[in-house]
Design a protein. Structure first.
Length: 235
């Protein structure tokens, strides 16, 4: 049996066995982030979808108003004049087929990939490498585009991608414990609104099954999904 640290046991004792309000849950997650580093505050949303069906996939992006507290390293795969545009816009890495070959060789020191439509035939070879890591460029997430400058700016400003995993849950960081309660709540509300907006038309019945907020080294705090939806919609 794994040994529970005194710190973790103290955190567990502060979480009541009940459903919290949305803002209340976010504030508690921040309060309980007591590790020796700046923990991320995470929002986990279980949706009433079956990811095995294409018409029930949930995947999109949203720009968090206060960012995530982490600067993302952006790779742009392009050619021609788009290479200079990407460099001028602040991309961390820029290239064409040379970058594809580098990734095939095992290089993965980046957090986001943008590609122009004309190079996707080459980038497509990376599907098995980038796909499982959620890094494959896609028109749905605006990472396959000729407007590379705008895409880079959004990612650097705090754009995050949300997508359901095979169990129908989205997992996203909404900021750092060092953020104010107001910043964390606004980021979390922005993310939840985007997830609600992305509801597939094929989904019937209850869409948001459960909500959990936690810090990187903390415990899950259960949030009332119905109350949360009312809070973020201003009802």
């Amino acid at each position: 049996m794994a040994k529970v640290s005194k710190r973790f046991k103290g955190i567990q004792e502060k979480v009541e066995d009940r459903l919290y309000g949305f803002g209340e849950g976010v504030a508690l997650a921040k309060e309980l982030a007591t590790a020796k580093f700046d923990e991320s505050i995470e929002l986990h949303v279980r949706l009433g979808v079956d990811p095995r069906h294409a018409d029930q996939q949930v995947r999109s992006t949203v720009v968090l108003p206060h960012g995530t507290g982490r600067t993302k390293r952006v790779l742009v795969i392009a050619g021609g004049e788009k290479v200079k545009e990407a460099e001028d816009a602040g991309a961390d890495f820029v290239g064409g087929e040379d970058m594809v070959a580098k990734i095939e060789g095992g290089w993965l020191d980046f957090d986001a990939v943008i590609a122009t439509p004309d190079v996707m035939k080459v980038v497509g070879k990376l599907g098995k490498v980038l796909g499982p890591r959620g890094l494959m460029p896609s028109a749905k997430t605006n990472t396959v585009t000729f407007d590379v400058a705008a895409a880079i700016a959004e990612i650097k400003a705090g754009r995050v991608e949300f997508r359901v995993d095979k169990t129908g849950i989205t997992h996203n960081a909404v900021g750092k414990a060092s953020f104010s309660k107001e910043q964390l709540e606004e980021n979390a509300a922005t993310l939840l609104r985007a997830i609600l907006k992305a509801r597939p038309s094929a989904v019937k019945g209850q869409y948001v099954k459960s909500l959990t907020v936690s810090s990187t080294m903390g415990v899950g705090i259960s949030v009332d999904p119905n109350l949360a939806q009312k809070e973020v919609s201003g009802e």
